[in-house]
Design a protein around this ligand. Structure first.
Ligand SMILES: [Zn+2]
Length: 282
């Protein structure tokens, strides 16, 4: 780990003051920060040194939303997506469309995501099949909504076996810690998955996620600065917790506290203040 400090970060930056970076600082990073692949911080407050770009087409997959420049990830994520693409292809399924991973240096987004900050999160669309290069460049509005939002249930005229199979293949990889889906999708899987149901444990209900799902990998074994999330509870998660998502919201007894943005991890601040930064800025 000393290597990254030596090669990419200037040690005297340790003396820089604890100034909080603005999200636009991370948008300005146009190329991966050079150094040993190092995810730093947490999924919702971090950055990545040594990210790699996912090649825009490969066996069984295609990168979309390319105009957003969010197709960079930790090498583990890149390998995971390529591995998953091969499984999709071998299963004879339509091409998997990969949306946002992380920005070249990770970090906070101006719009769109609370997480995806360390290159260990990726969005996979529920629309499947190759897009034209033009559509892959700007994919806004081209998703496939599989949930009837009013009914809070999967739309059975749209949902099909490939959706369930894609999520299963994505979840069964040992590097995956969680997959976020809309509660209606989790319910559908709970009601329909036969045989091995152990992978359902990783499928977590969350807001939105009704035209894509979100894969989160665990921190790589040697990643000293990467904070894992608490492990998911035992069981398939098809019980009371899932059903609570469909109940009307109870008014909270607690007063709503204003959101406080925590300062970024120190090593991430150093990325932004490094004297080498011209190498990766626009
Ligand atoms: Zn996501």
């Amino acid at each position: 780990m000393k290597g990254i400090l030596k090669t990419t970060l200037f040690l005297t930056a340790l003396l820089t003051s604890n100034v909080m970076a603005a999200p636009q600082d991370w948008q300005k990073i146009k190329r991966p920060v050079t150094g040993e692949p190092t995810p730093i911080g947490s999924y919702t407050n971090g950055c990545i040194i040594g990210a790699q770009a996912l090649p825009y087409k490969g066996d069984g997959y295609q990168v979309i939303r390319m105009n957003k420049n969010r197709y960079y990830g930790h090498p583990d994520m890149i390998k995971y997506l390529q591995r998953l693409g091969k499984k999709v292809k071998d299963a004879g399924m339509p091409t998997m469309l990969i949306g946002d991973i992380a920005m070249p240096g990770g970090g906070r987004f101006l719009t769109g995501h609370a997480s995806h900050q360390m290159g260990l999160d990726a969005d996979i669309w529920l629309r499947m099949g190759m897009m034209s290069d033009q559509d892959a460049l700007n994919s806004d509005g081209k998703g496939l909504l599989v949930v009837n939002r009013k009914a809070q249930r999967v739309d059975d005229s749209i949902w099909n076996g490939n959706h369930a199979e894609l999520i299963r293949l994505a979840a069964q990889d040992t590097q995956v810690s969680r997959i976020f889906v809309n509660p209606a999708i989790k319910l559908k899987l709970c009601q329909t998955v036969k045989g091995d149901r152990s992978w359902l444990q990783k499928i977590r209900p969350w807001f939105g996620h009704d035209s894509h799902f979100h894969v989160r990998l665990t921190c790589p074994a040697d990643a000293a600065y990467c904070e894992n999330q608490t492990p998911v509870a035992a069981g398939d998660g098809c019980g009371a917790e899932l059903y609570s998502w469909f109940e009307p919201k109870k008014p909270s007894a607690e007063p709503i506290k204003p959101k406080v943005t925590p300062p970024e991890p120190f090593l991430c601040q150093q990325v932004l203040t490094s004297p080498n930064r011209s190498e990766w800025l626009e």
